[in-house]
Design a protein around this ligand. Structure first.
Ligand code: K1U
Ligand code: ZN
Length: 171
């Protein structure tokens, strides 16, 4: 198992669109283990492969407080959605920023599990929000894209400044 590096904005690799996984094999199961370990190490409740610079359509989620309910969703897609709900979101790729985002409240999602079986379920609450946030990552979208241009640009500027300071420190 390994803890992987999580990309932060303004890294353009976060904007890549991930490719479907055609075969759920041992390499995919190994990646799932590494992603779960990375998510737990970062105290997150979700992680998309895009965030660890792997352009494959896989996300991991664990909403339990004891890190005891790992879920792996391969090739997740939203088949249906209804209602709207506002929730505060955070992102491991945008550390220490929390903003309210409006999304569909209930979703029907289809995905494959680690055995390659197709699962279809209707979910709501934080699980639904997290699945939508993670699928957005696979499509190169970030939760800050839903904010006003003013808020989004303020956040981007803050991280660009941090990146420049870090670059100056190592050079
Ligand atoms: O994808 C990610 O960057 C992970 C992200 C998932 C997420 C959290 C909240 C709403 C939508 C999606 C996080 O885990 S942010 C980390 C975090 O500190 C957190 C936020 C809310 C509850 C628990 C943890
Ligand atoms: Zn995120």
């Amino acid at each position: 198992m390994a803890i992987l590096e999580v990309l932060h904005i303004p890294d353009n690799r976060l904007r890549k669109v991930a490719q479907a996984i055609s075969n759920v094999d041992d390499s995919i199961r190994e990646l799932a283990k590494d992603m779960l370990e990375t998510m737990y190490a970062e105290n997150g409740i979700g992680l998309a492969a895009t965030q660890v610079n792997v352009q494959k359509r896989m996300v991991v989620i664990d909403l339990s407080t004891e890190q005891s309910d790992p879920k792996v969703l391969i090739n997740p897609e939203i088949l249906d959605s209804s209602g709207t709900e506002e929730m505060q979101e955070g992102c491991l790729s945008v550390p220490d920023i929390f903003e309210t985002v409006e999304r569909p409240e209930t979703i029907t999602v289809r995905y494959q599990n680690l055995e390659g079986e197709i699962i279809e379920e209707s979910v709501d609450g934080l699980y639904a929000v997290c699945i939508q946030h993670e699928i957005d990552h696979l499509d190169g979208r970030l939760f800050i894209d839903y904010l006003s241009p003013l808020k989004r640009n303020r956040i981007l500027k803050k991280f660009e400044k941090q990146e420049k300071l870090q670059a100056a420190r190592v050079s």
